[in-house]
Ligand binder design. Structure first.
Ligand code: NDP
Ligand code: OAA
Length: 254
């Protein structure tokens, strides 16, 4: 399976340099970024090809992996899906716009394409999906990041956001895609709190879910990527695992 990447930053670098060529049949072959130098650097590391024009890679790949920004999903997803290509999207916040979500779902169906949203920087999505339609009463996310991750200069802990996921992704489009992932998994606009904390050096995501099934809490204490402190390493690792799963016969978990 030939893969083309949009966005050659922290996640793309980890994915590309962690997957040997033809790893499980996955060949990350084409690279696109609005900064052509970044695309060229990564392409040369991977023995792939950098493209100046995004549309140039669409006829040469089987799947597009987006790791750029939510605005890029709006820009490129329609062109990818119209070609009948599958897509893996990291900037999941784009799908909190329900009109866009439904449009992309319809386009994918029409052209027999699939949109994959990896679990990214959180754990517990399997449980949330399982209980979503079976008495899930409450689900919320508390995210705690360092001032460096959130681009703030403060000396003491501060709540930066307390509200719904659909608003959180507008205020922090590059920091809280995980809120969108959970919301889409349980089909409701979940409650989100974002705290900037000078005492943490991890990206911490705490999910609480309660309902007729009982209750669960997950806490993910992620190391940030060296190249981008907003982004957790786990996000890239989850995408690698998802890509590898496409060629597996026995699939464990969901
Ligand atoms: N689902 C999840 O759990 C997670 C999702 N993410 C999201 O994944 C995405 C990638 O993250 P990360 O690798 O850390 O980001 P980086 O900022 O490190 O890299 C993104 C790259 O894409 C480029 N880019 C941005 N917009 C466009 C565009 N419209 N067209 C082409 N290139 C573009 C950026 O250029 P420039 O720097 O000039 O803008 C940059 O080179 C982000 O949206 C991030 O918020 C991150 C962590 C977890
Ligand atoms: O990587 C993380 O910890 C979460 C993140 O930035 C996002 O969801 O956008």
């Amino acid at each position: 399976m030939k893969v083309g990447i949009i966005g050659c930053g922290a996640i793309a670098n980890i994915i590309t340099t962690s997957m040997v060529p033809e790893d499980n049949g996955i060949n990350i072959a084409y690279f696109f970024d609005k900064d052509i130098e970044r695309a060229e650097n990564l392409a040369s590391l991977a023995g792939g090809i950098a493209v100046l024009d995004f549309d140039d890679m669409l006829d040469k790949v089987d799947l597009i992996l987006e790791c750029a920004a939510p605005v890029s999903v709006r820009e490129y997803a329609p062109r990818v899906l119209e070609k009948g290509l599958d897509m893996v999207v990291m900037s999941i916040g784009a799908f909190m716009d329900m009109d866009f979500y439904r449009e992309m779902e319809a386009l994918a169906k029409k052209h027999n394409a699939k949109i994959h949203l990896p679990s990214g920087a959180i754990v517990g999505l399997d449980g949330i999906k399982a209980v979503a339609k079976f008495g899930l009463k409450e689900v919320n996310l508390v995210t705690r990041k360092s001032p460096k991750s959130l681009g703030k200069e403060i000396d003491s802990e501060e709540v930066l956001f307390d509200g719904k996921a659909s608003d959180a992704v507008k205020v922090f489009p590059l920091n809280i895609n995980v809120a969108a992932t959970i919301s889409i998994a349980c089909q409701r606009d979940i409650d989100v709190k974002i705290i900037v904390d000078p005492n943490v050096d991890r990206n911490v995501h705490e999910i609480t879910a309660k309902g007729d099934f009982g209750e669960f809490k997950t806490t993910t204490m992620n190391y940030p990527c060296a190249a981008n402190p907003k982004t957790s390493m786990l996000a890239a690792l989850s995408a690698i695992r998802l890509l590898k799963s496409f060629n597996e016969t026995i699939c464990v978990g969901m």
